[in-house]
Design a protein around this ligand. Structure first.
Ligand SMILES: [Zn+2]
Length: 105
């Protein structure tokens, strides 16, 4: 999965298509990610322990990475992601459209 925490991503399919948000959490095992402001679901909750709130709670549900694309700041759109090996041996993600580095040093 090419999406990492704190990436800005755009949704390319589904109800929130074309919405942008920051990645709050990734789940590599399921290939999903929670994106800020995307894919809200309502949860009806009862207080289970002291201090819990009851009622209908809206929260973001994980989105499958195939429905997301990383946004390149330079292209200002969702782009395909490649990797490039740096001089120090580390790998950095790059925008396949303009070649811009997506990971900061
Ligand atoms: Zn780009």
């Amino acid at each position: 999965m090419k999406i990492k925490k704190n990436d800005t991503v755009v949704v390319v399919a589904g109800n929130d298509k074309s919405a942008r948000g920051r990645v709050k959490k990734v789940f590599p095992a399921t290939g999903r990610a929670i994106v800020e402001g995307v894919n809200f679901v309502k949860r009806h909750t009862k207080p289970r322990k002291q201090g819990d709130k009851s009622g209908i709670l809206e929260m973001e549900a994980p989105v499958h990475h195939s429905n997301l694309m990383v946004v390149c700041a330079k292209c200002d759109k969702g782009v395909r992601v490649g990797t490039r090996r740096l001089a120090d041996g580390h790998r950095a993600r790059v925008c396949k459209s303009c070649g811009e580095m997506l990971d900061k040093a």
